[in-house]
Ligand binder design. Structure first.
Ligand code: SF4
Length: 314
């Protein structure tokens, strides 16, 4: 699909005039990725948000991502083009539930996946992404770690640490990554014996065990760039394939499931990005106390950059 040049130009002009930057998650629509100044995963976008000197950040991702950008940039205006872009997995662990688990396990520390709401983050000890979950769990000063809201990521990270990792809630999940199943992965493997198969750690343990490479979207992207393979089967939201195809024109990328689409991520359109810039809508607003408490947990994460993920499970 092509988009009117004048809409693209209008966005570019407004961006310059207002000293704005557009950040887009790897799962965004292709045209939104193409207009963005930076495309990446949650960790990369969080880092980008701390490094930009733009006055306005237009964040094309779901609510918790834009909230994280606002938490890290209290002096900047963070806009989300469609405020209905919510993450159902983040909603599975409200702050009240975090407090409940804190009381139930008084000796444990709480690590929350960045896919959690600001108020939940304000009640945890550290935040992590799928790219650095193991490092954060290992760094935190406790042998028992409560980890949420994604129980699959908790189980995946447990493979790489000696610590006792307890998922909170016990069955938190991403509805998009739940769509992948081991049988289909094995069928694809048989049909494409020359393909390298990758999966996101939000997939089930059975799917992660059946593939060649497990990693965050940024790790999968880097693997696609550095691998000698010419064919890849990718088990994550299909938006990532656009970025991979652009970077590896000599390779073939096959979605492990074509309908793995996060409808919330796809709510942002070029028109909404334009209106967001023009009318400065919709600003992310959070209570200062929540911002301050959540910032400590996010900053703990930003001090940890290394990660050993992207490995095949042993
Ligand atoms: S892909 Fe899953 S975890 Fe990511 S925003 Fe969509 S529902 Fe939430």
């Amino acid at each position: 699909m092509s988009f009117p040049d004048d809409l693209m130009k209008k966005i570019q002009n407004l961006k310059e005039k207002k000293r704005a930057v557009i950040l887009a998650h790897n799962y965004q629509r292709p045209e939104v990725q193409d207009i963005a100044d930076f495309v990446g995963d949650s960790l990369e976008l969080s880092l980008c948000a701390t490094q930009t000197d733009a006055k306005i950040i237009v964040f094309c991702g779901v609510n918790f991502m834009a909230e994280t950008a606002a938490i890290l940039n209290p002096d900047k205006k963070v806009l989300i083009p469609d405020r209905n872009a919510l993450c159902p997995m983040a909603a599975m662990l409200p702050a009240e539930l975090v407090k409940f688990y804190r009381k139930k396990h008084p000796d444990a520390k709480i690590v929350l996946y960045i896919n959690s709401l600001a108020e939940a983050k304000a009640n945890c000890d550290a935040v992590c992404t799928s790219a650095n979950s193991v490092e954060i769990i290992n760094r935190i000063d406790s042998e028992t770690v409560l980890f949420g809201p994604d129980s699959n990521l908790a189980r995946y990270a447990k493979n790489f640490t000696e610590k006792n990792v307890i998922p909170i809630p016990s069955m938190g999940f991403c509805p998009v990554h739940k769509l992948f199943n081991k049988e289909e992965i094995l069928r694809l493997k048989k049909s494409h014996p020359d393909a390298e198969i990758m999966a996101h750690p939000e997939c089930s343990p059975e799917v992660c065990e059946a593939v060649d490479f497990v990693g965050s979207t940024s790790k999968m992207y880097q693997e696609a760039l550095s691998s000698e393979a010419k064919k890849f089967i990718v088990a994550t939201e299909i938006g990532l394939l656009h970025r991979m195809k652009k970077a590896r024109k000599d390779a073939v990328f096959i979605p492990a499931y074509e309908e793995a689409i996060c409808v919330n991520m796809k709510l942002h359109t070029l028109e909404k990005v334009y209106l967001s810039l023009k009318q400065e809508r919709y600003p992310v607003e959070l209570p200062p106390k929540i911002m301050d408490q959540a910032r400590k947990a996010v900053e703990f994460m930003l001090k940890t950059r290394e990660n050993p993920q992207g490995k095949k499970l042993q």
